[in-house]
Write a protein that binds this ligand. Structure first.
Ligand code: GDP
Ligand code: MG
Length: 176
């Protein structure tokens, strides 16, 4: 399939927040309850349409490398979007966001577009991090913000597409 743009994303955040599940739901439209331990960096790809143009998203999953600073610099090369994920039912994963953002900022290029993702929004009764706290942190670091559920598909498509819209706007405005 031909496309007008190829955009590379990297998905980062603590183990178990749902990075692989979000990618799988977006690219393959499936959800698994089991946690697969994958070693190495894998990627999924999908072509989406934005303003009538085909955009291919190449999404790098950092499976098994969720240690701060262990993600090698080369993965960030030519990356346009950083999706930084926490689990709304685990405050510790939210507390670590700043460090993940720092790592991406230090290794990525200066035009990297950040999307902060509060995943597992279907587990409302177990929520530890409010929507407002997520929004506030996103503002502080100049990130987009969204809450998702890889399980119910809530906002999954929007997450990947809205990031692309923002990146393409920057391209249009000559910022990238
Ligand atoms: P990763 O380590 O960040 O890649 O996390 P995984 O995608 O492997 O997910 C970790 C666990 O959380 C798995 O058991 C998933 O089934 C579960 N999970 C992921 N996303 C969601 C979600 O949105 N809602 C619920 N309820 N569970 C989820
Ligand atoms: Mg994973």
């Amino acid at each position: 399939m031909s496309y007008a743009y190829l955009l590379k994303y990297i998905v980062i955040g603590d183990t178990g927040v749902g990075k692989s599940s979000l990618i799988m739901q977006f690219t393959q439209e499936v959800f698994r309850d089991k946690h697969d331990i994958t070693v190495g960096v894998e990627f999924g790809a999908k072509v989406i349409k934005i303003n009538g143009q085909s955009v291919k998203l190449q999404i790098w999953d950092t499976a098994g490398q969720e240690d701060f600073r262990s993600i090698v610099r080369s993965y960030y090369r030519s990356t346009a979007g950083a999706l930084v994920v926490y689990d709304i039912t685990r405050r510790d994963t939210f507390k670590h966001i700043t460090r993940w953002v720092e790592e991406a900022t230090n290794n990525g290029n200066s035009t990297l577009t950040f999307m902060l993702i509060g995943n597992k929004s279907d587990l409302e009764s177990q929520r530890e991090v409010s929507y407002e706290e997520g929004l506030q942190l996103a503002k502080e670091h100049n990130m987009l913000f969204i809450e998702t559920s890889a399980k119910t598909k809530h906002n999954v498509e929007q997450t990947f597409c809205q990031t692309a819209v923002t990146i393409l706007d920057k391209v249009k405005n000559g910022e990238i």
